[in-house]
Design a protein around this ligand. Structure first.
Ligand code: ADP
Ligand code: ASP
Ligand code: MG
Length: 404
């Protein structure tokens, strides 16, 4: 008998039939003798609808109220799932993030989990009750309701898995696992049977949104095995696990794409120590996550610095750079919000030359201009124009022989 955390994403609980199917699956798992903690997302696209509503009533919704609004979506699915479980004779009880003991910092709309106090959930499990927890939410140290950022139910599931020492955290979604590319864009993408935490981290960080990045970090740090699988077919999916050194590593495991970032260029930056530090401190002070950074070689004592930020933070990032312009002597600040990033990820590439050359040649053959490049030991990313990113993705997937 094991404890299994089962997380169900928005599509998996998208309507009444889906919720009954999920209840059925939990009931089957219980009857096999395992304990279950369920974590649910809001139904279908309801979080997007709530965001639209907020936008319609306010040009600048207070983050505290935004969180109160957004957490209502998960309350609907958790209570409906408990009703469906009761119908099947399964004892279940719903818990908000706060009731589940998920304590976060006070950074509304992107709060981080500080601590989990799982006593109530543990007591419920001991009583033979299936706790159904609202994903994506917690309560702050100031006792306000918070959310964990888009896709945050994955974090809830993994954090509870770690706190309750679960045998596995199963992430049920609308695809049958983690694929060699987004299967909605690359039709012949292949499902990966296993993927290492390191590769999954790089994938999640560069657009493979099947798992939220922070959930993968959390799972790796707390040794929670993840199993990504389908709530439509229930077949075994992809295991995200500790890297197995004895296994032959694929040179390239997956290609990812991401069109959620924008590029900012600061021109005429004086080439002196401390200037970049000032610029990036100003961005950090506004909680803006800077991703890729490129600095040109200097000419006549000045240089250009380009960097990417989430599109939602673009206006803020430009304002931060412009606020320093006079004092630092920048020549100008410009931005481009129609960029996208395409990346290759593979644990084997660190010991295999030529991957970068093949990537650049593939893009060159399509006449695609590379605007920025960044690498880690197991990833290469290129920034290209958003309009060509899907074409680039399919070509790279084929060039590295990843198709099924
Ligand atoms: P959920 O609502 O269940 O959390 P998400 O929409 O967050 O689901 O994540 C699942 C989606 O991730 C899939 O529908 C798929 O389009 C997308 N996706 C992107 N890259 C990948 C990939 N490499 N493998 C699988 N799915 C991917
Ligand atoms: N409902 C939230 C969202 O749409 C959280 C999640 O689904 O994981 O982002
Ligand atoms: Mg998700």
């Amino acid at each position: 008998m094991a404890l299994i955390v089962q997380k169900f994403g928005g599509t998996s609980v998208g309507d009444a039939d889906r919720i009954r199917a999920v209840a059925d699956h939990i009931a089957r798992t219980r009857r096999q003798g395992d304990d279950v903690v369920a974590v649910v997302s809001a139904m279908g696209k309801s979080t997007d609808e709530l965001l639209r509503l907020a936008d319609a009533v306010s040009s600048d919704p207070p983050p505290r109220e935004m969180d109160m609004l957004l957490t209502s979506g998960e309350r609907i699915s958790m209570s409906l799932l408990c009703m469906a479980l009761a119908d099947l004779g399964i004892k279940a009880a719903s818990f908000t993030g706060s009731q589940a003991g998920i304590i976060t910092d006070t950074d509304h709309t992107r709060a981080k989990i500080l601590e989990i106090r799982p006593d109530r959930l543990a007591a419920a499990i001991a009583d033979g009750v299936v706790p159904v927890v609202a994903g994506f939410q917690g309560v702050s140290t100031e006792k306000d309701i918070t959310t964990l950022g888009r896709g945050g139910s994955d974090v809830t599931a993994v954090a509870l898995g770690a706190a309750l020492d679960a045998a596995v955290c199963e992430i049920y979604t609308d695809v049958t696992g983690v694929f060699s590319a987004d299967p909605r864009v690359v039709p012949d993408a292949r499902r990966l049977t296993r993927v290492s935490f390191d590769e999954m981290l790089e994938m999640a960080a560069t657009g493979g949104r099947v798992l939220m990045l922070r959930s993968v970090e959390f799972a790796r740090n707390h040794h929670v095995p993840l199993h990504v699988r389908s709530s439509f077919t229930w077949e075994p999916g992809t295991w995200v696990v500790e890297e197995d050194q004895s296994m032959e590593q694929a040179i390239v495991s997956a290609v990812t794409h991401d069109a959620t970032e924008a590029k900012v260029t600061v021109a005429g930056v004086p080439d002196r120590p401390g200037i970049a530090a000032h610029l990036f401190r100003a961005l950090a002070d506004r909680s803006i996550n800077v991703d890729m950074i490129v600095q040109n070689t200097s000419a006549n004592g000045t240089t250009d610095i380009s960097f990417t930020v989430p599109r939602v933070d673009l206006d803020d990032a430009v304002a931060a750079a412009e606020s320093l312009s006079g004092e630092m002597g920048f020549a100008g600040v410009s931005s481009d919000s129609s960029i996208a990033r395409v990346s290759l990820v593979g644990a084997g590439m660190k010991s295999y030359p030529g991957v970068t050359a093949t990537m650049f040649e593939t893009l060159a053959e399509l006449g695609i201009n590379i605007e920025m490049i960044s690498t880690s030991s197991i990833r290469i990313s290129c920034v290209v124009d958003e309009s060509v990113v899907e074409e680039a993705l399919r070509a790279l997937h084929a060039a590295f022989g990843l198709g099924g």
